[in-house]
Design a protein around this ligand. Structure first.
Ligand SMILES: [Zn+2]
Ligand SMILES: [Zn+2]
Length: 198
């Protein structure tokens, strides 16, 4: 497995295995050339994570894979974001399939398991494989956690999701939706004050 990070305002990850590619969060334009795209996953439904989704659709996929609970966040996002922030936002992308707890995505012989990690949004998911976890906007480098003041946000659920992800082995690489990757060990240190509470 190889993980390539395309940086922008939000991160795009290319998970490559056996000549196939799984794309996590089409926030940025695809590199050229790129073959073997097998799937397009959204960690959650916030528009900054699918800004360039239409540049990726048709590279072997017809839509995104995501949790159904975040679909409502995408509906209407174009209209209100453009009105209030003046940023052009794509229409909500077509959904190729819904993901839920326990689903397994296979790419080139590699398996990624879906964990539901609500809190930042109701349909936030993490993708877990040997030594890696993709967490979307659950936690960031330095120990900042995802905001919970947006529609569907829930601080108590976020804490529960965080505690769960931080039960992974300490040398697991954590790939966040913004900024640089880090390890579970780092995150446990940064968040020790939150993790030890009731
Ligand atoms: Zn978000
Ligand atoms: Zn984000």
């Amino acid at each position: 497995m190889r993980v390539k990070l395309i940086k922008g305002f939000a991160n795009t990850y290319l998970v490559e295995s056996g000549g196939e590619v799984l794309v996590i969060d089409p926030a940025n334009p695809p590199p050229h050339p790129l073959d073997g795209v097998r799937g397009l996953v959204l960690t959650h439904g916030h528009f900054d994570h699918y800004m360039h989704v239409y540049d990726w659709i048709s590279m072997g996929v017809s839509g995104v894979l995501m949790h159904s609970e975040d679909v409502p966040l995408m509906e209407g996002a174009k209209e209100w974001v453009e009105r209030y922030f003046g940023v052009p936002v794509p229409e909500a992308p077509p959904v190729e399939g819904y993901l839920r707890e326990g689903d397994v995505l296979e790419v080139g012989g590699l398996h990624l398991r879906v964990w539901e990690v609500p809190g930042h949004s109701p349909g936030s998911i993490a993708l877990v494989s040997e030594g890696v976890v993709f967490v979307g906007d659950l936690i960031f480098e330095g120990g900042a956690v995802g905001r919970t003041d947006l529609p569907g946000g829930d601080p108590a659920l976020l804490l529960k999701s965080l505690r769960r992800v931080l039960t992974l082995p300490e040398d697991t690489t954590v790939y966040p939706g913004h900024g640089n990757p880090f390890t579970v060990k780092d995150a446990r240190t940064w968040l020790s004050h939150m993790l030890s509470g009731p």
